[in-house]
Ligand binder design. Structure first.
Ligand code: TLP
Length: 337
């Protein structure tokens, strides 16, 4: 099977497994795991923030980000296709008691005017607008990079209106690899940022939330309360550290393969936008039926936004698998749009 469902499906490399074997360990709930501590410092530095905290998943770091920046019954402004809104099981309501207000925007990008108009005036009737959530790269938009200027403009409008800003940067390093802009430049405009080592960077598990000392101190309380306090977590944190140290640059290879995949799918007749990073959205008539047929041909993919399927390149697929996936898709062109 060629697995293009997600960049989360990768297995740890030899070097990564060695790093895991050799990692010095301690109890991280006591703050005594040297590997976790090293990872947190490393990632805080990488993102230009005072501190960072390691957690099991991107969902947890996003939700801790929402929690530390908001209070009960407050409102979060967020793109209508955002992961935090669509794919996190309603957790902002469950864990933070906040209300999400979704906003439209082409390619996951919010027009600053749309943000400005959505900020509510102080009035007893209204929820308080407290947080703007942005996402880069944008998953449902097909791995689209949030242009830095547009990002800064939306964040500035929010901050002028007294809101905090959280960045879901699960694939922020893909944006860095695609543009050459250091990840930290987007982070300058936000209060908290989550990044994942378990996506394109290839670690088996793990995500970090970065922000001010104060925000991360609160995040430690939230992580414990949400059940994310882990003990000798260095055994997995070592894989994340290895991923950040060794796999940032190779993300460009995934982008190259995604472009090849898109080009070749177009050649065999599919409607495919040219991807900016590692997610390829293919327009099909009946996505579920298409995915079943593709699986019968030995290729796994997932539904994308409505009317699309998503194919994702990653560390565990090479040129041969990409070509084989195209040939598989070419055998089922009756389902193309
Ligand atoms: N996304 C997964 C699925 O949940 C859709 C995927 O395969 O793309 N933010 C963004 C932008 C994400 O794409 C994801 C994972 C997360 C957060 C959550 O990360 P995890 O899966 O570690 O909770």
């Amino acid at each position: 099977m060629i697995d293009l469902r997600s960049d989360t499906v990768t297995r740890p490399t030899e070097g990564m497994r060695r790093a895991m074997m050799e990692a010095p360990l301690g109890d991280d709930v006591f703050g005594e795991d040297p590997t976790v501590n090293r990872l947190e410092e490393y990632v805080a530095g990488l993102l230009g923030k005072e501190a960072a905290i390691y957690a099991p998943s991107g969902t947890m770091t996003n939700q801790i980000g929402v929690y530390v920046n908001t209070g009960r019954a407050e409102e979060v402004l967020i793109h209508e296709g955002a992961h935090v809104f669509v794919y996190e099981g309603g957790a902002p309501a469950l864990l933070s008691g906040v209300q999400l207000r979704t906003l439209p925007g082409e390619g996951g990008v919010l027009d600053p005017e749309t943000v400005r108009k959505a900020i509510r005036p102080e009035n007893v009737h209204f929820p308080r607008s407290r947080l703007l959530c942005l996402e880069n790269t944008h998953n449902t938009a097909g791995g689209k990079v949030y242009p830095l200027e547009d990002f800064a403009a939306a964040a500035n409008v929010a901050r002028e209106g007294g809101l905090k800003v959280h960045l879901d940067g699960a694939r922020l390093f893909n944006a860095q690899a695609a543009t050459g802009i250091p990840a930290r430049e987007w982070c300058e405009h936000v209060d908290t940022v989550s990044v994942c080592s378990s996506k394109g960077l290839g670690a088996p598990v793990g995500s970090l939330l970065a922000g001010s000392e104060e925000a991360i101190h609160e995040a430690r309380r939230a992580r414990k309360a949400f059940g994310g306090g882990m003990r000798q977590a260095g055994v997995i944190a070592a894989a994340s550290l290895y991923a950040f140290e060794h796999h940032q640059e190779r993300l460009a290879e995934d982008h190259e393969r995604a472009r090849t995949l898109a080009d070749r799918l177009r050649e065999v007749g599919y409607e495919v936008a040219i991807p900016e990073t590692n997610l390829v959205l293919v327009e099909v008539e009946r996505p579920e039926e298409f995915l079943e047929a593709l699986a019968r041909e030995g290729v796994l993919a997932t539904p994308g936004k409505p009317g699309y399927v998503r194919l994702c390149t990653h560390l565990d697929v090479g040129d041969a698998e990409i070509e084989a996936a195209v040939e598989a898709a070419a055998r089922i062109t009756t389902l193309q749009r």
